[in-house]
Design a protein around this ligand. Sequence first.
Ligand SMILES: Cc1ncc(COP(=O)(O)O)c(C=O)c1O
Length: 314
Amino acid sequence: MTHPLLSERAAFLAQRPRNRMSALAAKYQDVIGLSRGDPDLPTPPHIVEAAYRAARDGQTHYTPTLGIVPLREAISAKLRRENGVDYGADEVMITSGGQEAICVVMQSILNPGDEVILPSPTYTSYVLAAQLAGGVPVQVPLNRDQGFQLDLAEVERRITPRTKAIVVVSPNNPTGTVLSREALEGVADMARRHNLLVISDEIYEKILFDGATHHSIASFPEMQPRTIIVNGFSKAYSMTGWRAGREGRALDLHVCPRPACRPGRPHRAAGLPGGNPVHLRTPPDVAALRHPCGEPAHHAPRWERVRLRGCPWT
Ligand SMILES: Cc1ncc(COP(=O)(O)O)c(C=O)c1O
């Protein structure tokens, strides 16, 4: 029961299945949480040091709305180096975590009634962010017998004249599935034929097991102009707890459609909802991206335990 003076939106948020499920799960001991992915590793020391240094150096003021230039440049270089995509620093936007990026993207691309195709199950925030933007989430069930890979025919069947975008989350939360190159090529083909955007959530790109390879769909022919990459530092650099600043969110993320396809360039949706990224967080993020290999020896057994492949912060 919500307060009568609260908005309908607040009442809607209060009823989120995820909240109800979490409240229910809290009553049991043997429940495995499959909502937010939180690597059980501490943040690498060189990143923590960079935060100390930034605080001591007085980097405690407002930052530009789109984020500090050195971080946007470091992300642009990372995208070129690791993902084979060429987004300039001016096309990178820093947000308060992947969570905010998802909201900003939905607010930026959806008009009321526009549809977004989402895999199901997937990270629940996508459904909510689309709904809060007035959009309609259209879910495509992932089949366990098919290894939770996307069934391209099922995706195509759901495309209508109102479809704006297809969301791909690979590696996926909660299934862990890494989409095959063929599946991504199929999505790219549909996006080109139906003139759709692709929102590519690559936040787990460094958490790969059993020889799996991550491909960014933005690197496929003609896909860069119609792809918005959502990524962040929480998972790859064990920085989930670095939630700071307004509304208690961490800040990071790269989001970047190119000028050719900026129907509503995610421009922090006019400065909302996060304002500007937290200054103390951004120098450590730069450190994370620039450090050659931050994996200290004492992390090794834990990496082993969570089966992380290789050094995620090279
Ligand atoms: C698929 C996916 N995307 C985005 C996020 C948001 O991450 P953050 O806001 O910590 O950057 C999460 C968090 O669990 C997630 O699982």
